[in-house]
Ligand binder design. Structure first.
Ligand SMILES: CC(C)(COP(=O)(O)OP(=O)(O)OC[C@H]1O[C@@H](n2cnc3c(N)ncnc32)[C@H](O)[C@@H]1OP(=O)(O)O)[C@@H](O)C(=O)NCCC(=O)NCCS
Length: 190
């Protein structure tokens, strides 16, 4: 299995509609679970035709020998891209449970970090994670992010106030860790 990033296209809409039924995906994206299809379609068309200037969103595709053309499994964002301050916020969302926990988020995150630091010339990437999201907490540490703080009882999720953990990575930290990180990305589970 290989992981690639590519722009989203209109043909991806059916997959996005499927993901809108997944609770973890909706919670991570701040979507109510089970949004009406028409509402999601309007949002998706707007996103493709008129994306926010400060958003870089790429689709995450896995390819296998059986599906060499690739299969969309989620997306990875750089949000609040600030070219003046050379920073942005990373967010990753794998659309359904069957593709989580197999190294896809790690490979996609690493490729987006390479894009951010090496192609966009950013110098700092941040991430914000709810305290109950053990996977994302583990993933960010594996990618080499440093914990920078906690916003206590910052957001209500499913009726419970949750802490939000703040993470950050500087370009020099990425560059000094990247040989190790690259080695690990070549081996998501088959
Ligand atoms: C969070 C998410 C992006 C992680 O991606 P993933 O492909 O599932 O994670 P990976 O398989 O690449 O795992 C990378 C690391 O994350 C951690 N991790 C993965 N699954 C985990 C689990 N079930 N419990 C705890 N840590 C876990 C581990 O540190 C893992 O490294 P390891 O396999 O060497 O132990 C993905 O699960 C997802 O999209 N979840 C729903 C949406 C979401 O929560 N997005 C984050 C918004 S901030």
């Amino acid at each position: 299995m290989e992981v690639h990033l590519r722009p989203l296209t209109m043909s991806d809409l059916p997959r996005v509609l499927e993901w809108s039924q997944d609770e973890a995906f909706c919670l991570a994206n701040g979507w109510p679970v089970g949004l009406p299809a028409e509402q999601l379609q309007d949002w998706f068309v707007r996103l493709l035709n008129n994306p926010p200037a400060d958003l870089v969103r790429k689709g995450i595709v896995i390819t296998t020998p059986e599906q060499p053309e690739g299969y969309l499994v989620g997306f990875v964002d750089l949000r609040e891209v600030n070219l003046l301050e050379k920073r942005a916020r990373l967010r990753i969302a794998i659309g359904d449970e069957s593709h989580r926990g197999q190294g896809v988020g790690y490979a996609a995150g690493l490729q987006m970090l390479e894009h951010a630091f090496r192609e966009l010339g950013l110098e700092r990437i941040t991430a914000e994670v709810h305290s109950s999201n053990n996977r994302m907490l583990g993933l960010l540490e594996k990618l080499g992010f440093k914990r920078e703080g906690v916003l206590r009882q910052h957001e209500t999720r499913q009726g419970i106030k949750e802490d939000v953990h703040l993470f950050g990575m500087l370009r020099e930290e990425f560059e000094s860790a990247s040989s190790t990180l690259r080695l690990e990305t070549s081996s998501p589970q088959a």
